[in-house]
Design a protein around this ligand. Sequence first.
Ligand code: BGC
Length: 904
Amino acid sequence: MTSGMTIDIEQLLEQLTLEEKASLLAGSAMWHTTPVERLNIPAIKVSDGPNGARGSGGFAGSTTAACFPCGISLAATWNVDIVHQIGAAIGEEAKTKGAHILLGPTANIHRSPLNGRNFECYSEDPFLSARMAVAYIRGLQSQHVGACIKHYVCNDSEFERNTIDSIVGERALREIYLPPFKAAVQEADTWGIMSAYNKVNGIYASENPYTLLDILRDEWGFEGIVMSDWFGTKSTAASVNGGQDLEMPGPPAWRGGKLLAAAQAGEAKEEAITDSARRMLYTIQRAGAFEDPTDSPEQAIDNPAHRMLIRQAAAEGIVLLKNEGEILPIDPAKSETVAVIGPNARTAQIMGGGSAQVNTHYRVSPYESLLAKVGEEMEVAYAIGTTNHKSLPVLEAAWLATQGGQGGFAGEYYDNLDLAGSPVFQEAIQSSERMWFGEFSPDVDINSFSARFTGTITAPESGRYTFSLISVGLTRLLLDGQQVIDNWDEQQPGDFFFGMGSAEVTYEVDLQAGQEVELVIEYSKSGTMPLSIFRVGCLPPMVEDTIGEAVALAAQSDIALVYVGHSGEWETEGHDRPDMELVCEQNDLVEAVAAVNPNTVVILNTGAPITMPWIDKVAAVLQAWFPGQECGNAITDVLFGDVTPSGKLPQTFPKRLEDNPAFINYPGENGKVTYGEGLFVGYRYYEKKLIEPLFPFGFGLSYTTFEYSNLQLSTTKIPPDEILTVSIDVTNSGNVTGKEIVQLYIADPLSSLVRPEKELKAFAKVTLEPGETQTATMTIDKAALAYFDDLEMSWIAEAGTFEVRVGASSQDIRATASFELQESASFDGPEKEPIALSIESTMKDLLAHEEAKAVLSEHLPDFMDAPQLGMMMGFTLLQLQGMAADLLTDEVLGKINEGLRGIR
Ligand code: BGC
C-alpha cells in the first residue's frame, strides 16, 4: 500500500452530504471504518496492537500471528534501533492481516506497579517512553501502516477503567503523562491517537476539549485522527464537538443517525463534523486505500526474519538483576546436572492478557529450548515445583487428534442456538480455546449461533485429570458422549474475559496413559455481548507434594533454574493485581529450592515489579518479562552467554508496595483517582523521599564490566537556543563483548518551581569488545532543561546552573559536570498579552518593572526606602493600604494607578 494517489480531499468533502460525513465518523464493524460507496470512499481496517498484529479474530483460535515482546520488555532494551525494527516488522505483520492502522503503541505511564496493563506500557519515565514510542511508530509507519498511540491520557490503571476520573495536576500532566504522545505527534507524525476510557479532571477523555482540542490540535498541531477506545465513546454531540473524530467499533452506539440528528438540531457543530470528516479522508488517503480499496484476506505468515528479530529483541530486553559469584553464564563443562523447576519452565509465558494477545504462530518454552541447547551435554531433569494458574491451564492442543488425524478440534457451526440441522460452516482449530470477537465468516451470525467442537485426547500419563470450562456464552463438555460439565443450563458469573466470562466449572476423571477419550464442546451464543469465547482447561495429574519433589531434584543437581512468574491471566487488561506478590506458592518454592541448592537461578516472567523476599538467598535473578514467542530461546541465550545481558529496568522495583508513590491514592474512591504524587512518579519519588528501592530505575548487570571516564561538555555556558553536547568514554573492562546503556540525567539544584532530584534526558547504547573504549555522545537542548510553569502555562528553561549526571543507572552515577544556562527561555506556551500593571499588582511585579518603579518612587519616596519593603513583596498596593492607611491614601493610590496606566 502506498499513499500518494491525488485525491482532492476538499472537493470530495464538498460532495459529501452531512449524513455521509457523519457516517465517516464511526466504524461499520469491529475493525472497519464506514465506506461511502456513492463516492468510492473505501473503508479502512484497524487491528490490535501493540505486540503483534492480531487481525480481526479473537485472541484464540483465529488466524495466527507473530507475538513480539511486550512494551516493558522493549523499553528494557533502551535500544531505539531495535524498537524501530520491531515497529517495521509489526507493520509487515499488519499488512498480512490487511490492516491499515495498528492499535499501538501503548504509552501510558507506570504509575502503580499494580496496573493490569503495566506490561503493555514502556516505562515510569516520560523521556524513555517517548523515545520508545517514536522509534516504534517510525518503524511501523515506514511500512505505510499507521500507528494509533494509546490511551490518551492518564489511563494508568484498570480499576473502574470505563468511568474513573483521573485527577491530575497540570505540571504532572505536562511533564509526566503527555510527553510520549507529544513526541508521537511532533516527531513521529503518528496517524492516529486513541482516546482513553477514563475521565481527565472531570471530563471523559473521549470528549475532553482541553486535551483533544487545546493541547493536541492547537498546541501540538496534530492532523491525524482521534479514535475512541472500543465502546469508549460516551456521547454524541459532546464527543464530536470535543475533538474525537471516530467512534469505534461499529455499528455506532452514539453516532450514525444520532449524530445526524444532533447536527440538524444544532447540538453537534457542523464545522466539527466537517473537520473530522476531512481528517478521516486524509487518513484513508494516507493508507493508500483510495488506490487499493480491497479488503485483503488475513494470512498467517510465520516469517523467519521476524522469528530472529523477536529472539534478539527479547534477549536484549532481559535484565540481569543479580549474579553472585558470577554463576551466570552457565558453563556446561562445569555443571553436569541441571534441575529445571517451576510452572513457567514448560509453559512459555509470552504475553500479558487482554487486547494485546495474539493467537501466536508458536511459542518456545524455556524447557524445550534448554533441551535443544544442552540436552546432550548436561543432565536436564524437570519438576513443576508448584502451579501458578488462575484458571486451569488451557488443555494442550498437542494431546488432541481429530478423526482425520490432525491435532486440535473439528468445529461445526449451526445457524440456530441448539445445534439443530446441518452445519453452515466448518473449521479445524489447533487450540482448546476459541474466541470470536467482531468479524467472522459471513455464514455465521456471531450474535446468534451454536457450534460443536470434537477432538480425541490421548492421555499422556496415568492419573487424575481435572477438566474445566469457562465461557462467554453457554457451554457443555462431553467425554465419550457423556455430558460431564454443564455450563449451559446453569451458569455462574465469573471475572474472566473482562468480567463477561462465566465462573470456571470443573470435572475430575482418572485416565490411563495412552487412553483415548472423545472430547466434545457444545457452545451456544445469543445476544450482543461483543465477545464470544470458550476455553477448555485441563490440569494433568500432579504429585501430592510438588515443592518436595522439586526440592529433592534441586538438592541433587549442580544448578537449579527456577522459572516462576505470571501469565496473562494475572497481568491483564481489565483487572489490576491485588498486590505486588508472586502468585500462588511460588515464593515458597523459590525459598525451598534456594535452601538446598546454593546455585539457584530465578527466571522471572512478569510484566511488572514483584517483591522478592528470597533475593538474598538465591545466586542469580533474570527478569525476562513477557518476551514474545521466542521466550525460551531468548532466556536460554542469556543463561548460557550466547547473549550478554544488557537490559536495564524501565521501572523502579520497590522493596514493598507501600513504598510506591501512588500507594496512598491507589486505586481511587468514589469514582476518582487522585494523582497525588504529582510529578514524583517512579524514581523521581524514591529519590526525593530517600527511599531505597529493591532495584532502581535504569539498573541492570552484565557479564562484563564498564568503566566511565573523560566526561566532556561542549561548553559550560549556553544561551537558550544552543545545544549542549555531552560525551563520555566507556571502556569494556571485562572479558566478554557487551553492551552498555549510558544514562544522562539533568539536575536543577536551584529552581523557582519544585523539581525532582534529577531527570533522565538522554541515553546511548554502545557495544564494546573486551578492552575497547568508545565515546558515547548525547545532546541536551532547552526542552531538556525546562519545567512546565502552570501559572505561565508554558515551558520554562530557567537561567542558572544545571548539573549533568552520567551513569550506569539512576543510582550509579559515574561522572558529573555543571554548566550554566545564560538566559531564561519560555516556549511552547500560548501567545499571551502581558498583564497590565495596577495597584492590584504585587510589589514584586511592580518593582521588577523599571517604569513602574519610577512611578512608585515619585509618589512614595519614603516608602521605597523602608527596611520592611522586603517583607511586602507578596502584597498588592491595595492590600498594603490596610497596613499603612496614612501613607497609602486613596488619593495617592489614585495617582499611582494613573501613573501605571499603560505599563505592562
Ligand atoms: C483496549 C484497547 C484495544 C481495543 C480493541 C480495548 O479494550 O483498551 O487497547 O485496542 O480494546 O481491542
